[in-house]
Ligand binder design. Structure first.
Ligand code: URA
Length: 167
């Protein structure tokens, strides 16, 4: 359905052998223009989040649940998730990361097949078919609610400690 209104397919970008994969919701306007994930304002904050744990953007892989921009950035529909999910599943199967970081409720709920809120999902480690998953706030939400950045930093520190285990 989204193919009719999108400009580019935003498949994902980064290191195909990444130990860490970030998963967001769906491309926004700038991502749709450039064909790359997280290149707008939220993307700039995501880059800072990645660098805060001692990594470079090129070292990780960044993808979204939806590969095409929903018109007007509306919330993805269940049918769209169903259509796009096999791509994300295959990306994760090929990359085999040591850990996945879900950005925001939408990615977290899709990856973990749950309806639990992001506030309840963050703060602990989840399992997705044997791969640990850390859930944190979406950078676009952090831009709107900077008071929550402290919690996101706690999530990132937990992420870093798992990543550094037997590294
Ligand atoms: N928000 C997302 O969830 N993904 C992007 O790629 C950009 C903004």
């Amino acid at each position: 359905e989204l193919a009719a209104s999108r400009h580019s397919v935003v498949f994902g970008a980064g290191n195909p052998h990444a130990k860490l994969v970030f998963v967001g919701e769906a491309p926004g306007a700038e991502e749709d223009r450039q064909g790359l994930p997280f290149v707008g304002m939220a993307g700039q904050l995501l880059t800072k989040m990645i660098e805060s744990i001692g990594l470079k953007r090129e070292e990780v892989f960044i993808a979204n649940v939806l590969k095409c921009r929903p018109p007007g950035n509306r919330t993805p529909k269940p049918q769209e998730i169903e259509n796009c999910s096999p791509y994300l599943t295959e990306q994760l199967a090929l990359i085999k990361p040591k850990i996945i970081c879900a950005l925001g409720a939408f990615a977290a709920q899709t990856l973990l097949k749950t309806t639990t809120s992001i506030s309840a999902l963050r703060g602990r480690i989840h399992d997705r078919e044997g791969t640990p998953v850390i859930c944190t706030f979406h950078p676009a939400y952090l831009l709107r609610s900077p008071g929550e950045k402290k919690k996101a930093w706690e999530d990132l520190k937990r992420l870093r400690s798992i990543l550094n285990q037997n590294a």
